[in-house]
Design a protein around this ligand. Structure first.
Ligand SMILES: [Zn+2]
Ligand SMILES: [Zn+2]
Length: 212
């Protein structure tokens, strides 16, 4: 009994797509299917996929939502405040480069405090804007895991100079996460290596700059 998590780096920017599954029931959810749909589907089809969740609406994270959602015939979840990012073609050339397909509208809106059940697992939605207005983290408290999207990276934080970025909101969101979550929380970041809340609390230079 417990959780299975497969983190699959996808596309040229190595976006971390996570397949989070509940061992007992075999139910799973796909988070941030940004590229390489076939690679994601190969991993995810071992489970009973019940939904696609996105941390935020940037094209490198939503580029294959359509393919994965349609393959498994499941609902897609995104925060309402990131709708404009998937509706407007902001990065047309880039989207061709990563082979993104247009993102369908969400079937459900993510909201602060919402709990998504995947079999016995519970993913709590933390709305943590700053990188984008609708950025949400998914917190699996029983397993000490935070899927953080582009809020936080090992030794760095998410950019606030891309469309939708807001440095003040970023500061408040980081403060919240470092206040609410215990040090042992493993953080699956939007790109690159995982880290922990405790490690970042000690070593992240952006946090020592008085941000939190
Ligand atoms: Zn992003
Ligand atoms: Zn990203």
């Amino acid at each position: 009994m417990g959780m299975v998590i497969e983190v699959i780096p996808v596309g040229p920017l190595a976006v971390n797509c996570s397949v989070v599954a509940d061992d007992r029931t075999g139910k799973a959810i796909v988070i941030d299917p940004g590229a390489d749909a076939q690679k994601i589907i190969e991993v995810a089809k071992e489970f009973e996929v019940i939904g696609v969740l996105n941390t935020h609406g940037h094209i490198d994270h939503v580029g294959q939502v359509k393919t994965v959602k349609e393959y498994f015939n499941v609902p897609f979840y995104l925060h309402k405040e990131d709708l404009y990012l998937i509706e407007d073609e902001i990065w047309e050339g880039f989207s061709r480069y990563i082979g993104a397909v247009p993102c369908p509208p969400p079937d459900e809106y993510l909201e602060e405090g919402m709990e998504i059940s995947v079999g016995d697992l519970k993913l709590r939605v933390l709305h943590t804007p700053g990188h984008t207005p609708g950025l949400c983290c998914f917190y699996i408290e029983d397993e000490n895991i935070l899927i953080a999207g582009d809020l936080l990276f090992k030794g760095s934080i998410g950019r606030t100079d891309l469309p939708g970025g807001n440095p003040e909101e970023m500061k408040a969101s980081l403060k919240r996460v470092f206040t609410e979550l215990p040090d042992e929380t493993i953080v699956i970041c939007g790109h690159y290596e995982e880290t922990t809340i405790g490690h970042e609390r000690k070593f992240n230079p952006y946090l020592h700059g008085g941000l939190v």
